[in-house]
Design a protein around this ligand. Sequence first.
Ligand SMILES: Cc1cc2nc3c(=O)[nH]c(=O)nc-3n(C[C@H](O)[C@H](O)[C@H](O)COP(=O)(O)OP(=O)(O)OC[C@H]3O[C@@H](n4cnc5c(N)ncnc54)[C@H](O)[C@@H]3O)c2cc1C
Length: 311
Amino acid sequence: MVGGGVSGLTTALELQERGRPVTLVTPEPPHHTTSVLAAAIWHPLLRRPDPVYLRRATTALHRLTALSRRPAESGVRIRTLTEFSATSSEVPWWVREMSGDNLARPAPCPPGYAAAWTLPVPAVDADRYLAHLAERFAARGGRTEHRLVTDLAAEAGRTGAVVNCTGYGSAALAGDRSLSLVRGVLLRCAKPEGLQGCWIDGSDPRRPTYVIEREHDAVLGGTADPGLVATTVPEETVADVLERCARLVPAAAGARVLEVRVGFRPTRGTVRVERDPYIPGLVHNYGHGAAGYTLSWGCAADAADLLDKPH
Ligand SMILES: Cc1cc2nc3c(=O)[nH]c(=O)nc-3n(C[C@H](O)[C@H](O)[C@H](O)COP(=O)(O)OP(=O)(O)OC[C@H]3O[C@@H](n4cnc5c(N)ncnc54)[C@H](O)[C@@H]3O)c2cc1C
């Protein structure tokens, strides 16, 4: 296993559950990866129907929901998400699909919005969750090597089986030119009094607005900035996020900012979960963009299936 973010850790656990011994190779501990900077709620983002995406997201939904039964240990809690759409009165395709499970319900639509609905979703405290996955991995006998991999073919040749979960690292490691980075700014804030639940308005793809209650703080966001690589954030951006969040959720008005976080989503047209066409024993699982948690257990299961299946 190469990569120790949410994709690498989840895939490592999936393989261990299938009885495989796993060594995880990563230069950085989980709390230094992009994954720790995520919001990180379960939330499908696709605007067009995609059954593979929905199947993967549904697998993750069930696994995360199971983990939410031990919230202090796993960092996963089920919270009510209220989603607003300013642009379409139709709820998205995936919400209609999930409604089959009686998950999504229409919600009162505030002025300025065309539709609103609620559904219970797993909300993940990324720091605790990644630590929990790493603890489970080690408890099952998993070994970690802290080093950079420069040659996947050599790695696969030496071990016989490798899953590449290196996120944006795959641009260099797998020579994938279709990968890009989409910067995201979010604010970790002191939990405002009375704040309960999660809210999101993703109508503007460059300025998604969300407020997420966590156990000890709250996350307010956000931005999606393709092409921006600066890690310092101007005051105006922080003020804009706070202003949008207060408009969406009055209880978030005046939230005290504890930390401004900047992360880079490893983005691709579609997630790459496939066997490498040239290197025997190598399976890829990267390019999850803004949905690394939402797809985690589904992509991990698919990657493990590919490794298990004979060529
Ligand atoms: C602001 C923000 C908010 C987000 N909110 C959400 C959300 O609400 N819900 C959601 O589902 N997703 C969300 N995401 C997206 C999510 O964070 C990513 O999709 C996810 O973190 C990708 O995880 P990963 O494990 O694939 O990659 P990473 O976390 O980047 O991990 C890659 C790993 O590979 C290792 N690596 C890289 N190159 C090499 C190499 N050459 N050799 C060895 N190891 C290497 C790295 O050290 C690291 O351990 C958000 C992202 C951001 C930035």
